[in-house]
Design a protein around this ligand. Structure first.
Ligand code: C2E
Ligand code: CA
Ligand code: CA
Length: 448
């Protein structure tokens, strides 16, 4: 006798319906009717175990900035989009002989299918197109992360996180919707976690070292100040460059503390140089975009220069152009408040973004920093030079001095001289150096 029939003898029909209902609710997502996380994981385990000879692909799909759909168009619209995704995910049934799929959370769906490259590719392409064309009034960008299940006995949970790591790789990459997991990604994540574990102790033990890269005046043919750049002297990993840890600290907010540390060490060096009679030129420090949201920023920096009894004009502040694009009004307010206190403000990475010209019109900075690397190189038929010439010309019209960074060769230097660019910074003149070496440069220029 079947379980159902046996049960029927013990409890009535309506109870069975109620039990089935409970079971259904426990296994399914209410909105889409697809399996929920637990049930999907369970079925996927079974699917992989039952098809020993099949190579599977674990596909993670979500939408970039899905939150925005909810907040701009309302939850009802968000729900509609989720249901639409659910219906598309279900199509896997028609394309593959066997598969599992489910809604993991919010806008995250997963599908596990046999890895027939062409079929998978076509399925993703169709799904992407459906999403992009879903609603002409807003732009949807999906991310597909694919983990080819090469170790079948790993937990489904791990397979899921590998596919999620791959999906993360396509976020913020324009027109890239698909990425495959590779072992380097896990290593990268592990490395990142290690840096996060070590950061607080590193700050307390002064493992962060502030280097100084001299700036050079082409007109005066002499060094004129420097930029403070942080490095991490890690006890196990050695010297780590900021490109590796700054983006992580910007994500987790630790950059606010690290920036303060760099500003303070810069003030300490400047105080020391003044006391030694070295007559230092201003040194600039970087201000991370995260600090733009600190309402006490201006006060904090002012207290620091006061603490070391320095004139505000000796600490220059570099704000990145992209921070301006995040929030123009806040940035304009901050720049003006800093200038009112006597600080000099530089716009860093000018030309890296898209709204550079607008930026110049609206924002009252004192200097412009342009990086050579933002200019197209190679077969540009002199276009990059033309861009630089017009930036320098335009800046002149606005009475805005320009500092060109990343100058590595004599030709670049000669070219910049020929277009009357006044300030430069780059390996050709000097690399970032320890405070001791920088003091030496100041000593030499005092004697000259
Ligand atoms: P950035 O502010 O644009 O700094 C200039 C970068 O260009 C520095 O890299 C510098 O070493 C490098 N550089 C200078 N001259 C040349 C050259 O001739 N050729 C080439 N290829 N590169 C040159 P670094 O020190 O690795 O710093 C990278 C970025 O990390 C900085 O870019 C800045 O955005 C960030 N950063 C560094 N220190 C700090 C800090 O204390 N706070 C914050 N918020 N960001 C920092
Ligand atoms: Ca900078
Ligand atoms: Ca820069």
């Amino acid at each position: 006798m079947s379980i159902k029939l046996r049960l029927k003898n013990i409890i009535g029909r309506s109870e069975i319906n109620a039990l089935e209902r409970i079971k259904y609710v426990a296994d399914h997502d209410q909105l889409t009717g697809l399996y929920n996380r637990n049930k999907f994981f369970e079925c996927t385990r079974k699917l992989i175990d039952e098809h020993e000879d099949t190579l599977f692909a674990f596909i993670h799909c979500d939408i970039d900035r899905f939150r925005l759909v909810n907040s701009y168009f309302g939850e009802e619209e968000g729900d509609k989009l989720i249901k639409f995704m659910g219906r598309n995910v279900k199509q896997a049934e028609k394309r593959f002989p066997f598969c599992t799929y489910g809604r993991i959370e919010s806008d995250v769906f997963c599908v596990v299918v046999p890895y027939f490259e062409d079929v998978v590719e076509k399925a993703i392409k169709d799904f992407t197109e459906a999403l992009i064309n879903y609603n002409p009034s807003y732009y949807i960008e999906p991310s597909f992360g694919i983990y080819i299940i090469d170790t079948r006995n790993t937990s489904v949970e791990t397979m899921y996180s590998r596919s999620a790591m791959a999906a993360k790789k396509c976020k913020d990459k324009y027109m890239t919707y698909t990425a495959f997991y590779d072992n380097g990604m896990a290593e990268e994540l592990f490395n990142k976690q290690e840096l996060i574990n070590d950061m607080q102790e590193a700050l307390e033990n002064e493992q962060f070292v502030v280097y100084f890269q001299p700036k050079y005046s082409l007109k005066k043919k002499a060094f004129c100040g420097a930029e403070a750049l942080v490095r991490w002297n890690h006890p196990r990993k050695g010297f780590i460059s900021p490109g590796e840890f700054i983006p992580i600290f910007e994500q987790n907010g630790f950059i606010a503390q690290l920036d303060y540390y760099v500003w303070e060490h810069t003030c300490i060096l400047l105080r020391k140089c003044i006391d030694l009679g070295l007559n230092p030129d201003p040194v600039s420090v970087n201000i991370s975009r995260v600090n733009m949201y600190n309402t006490r920023l201006v006060e904090i920096i002012s207290l620091l220069t006061k603490k070391y009894n320095l004139p505000n004009s000796i600490l220059n502040l570099e704000l990145t152009e992209s921070a301006y694009m995040d929030n123009p009004d806040t940035m304009i307010k901050i720049v003006m408040a800093l200038q009112k206190k006597g600080f000099v403000v530089m716009m860093d990475d000018f030309g890296s973004g898209y709204s550079s010209l607008n930026t110049l019109k609206d924002i009252p900075v004192d200097y412009l920093k342009v990086d050579m690397k933002f200019l197209p190189t190679g077969k540009s038929n002199g276009r990059s030079e033309k861009i630089l010439v017009s930036v320098v010309k335009m800046a002149k019209l606005l009475d805005l001095p320009v500092i060109v960074e990343g100058v590595e060769t004599e030709e670049q230097k000669d070219f910049l001289e020929s277009i009357s660019c006044e300030y430069v910074q780059g390996y050709y003149f000097a690399r970032p150096m320890s405070p001791m070496d920088y003091e030496e440069i100041l000593r030499e220029s005092v004697m000259a």
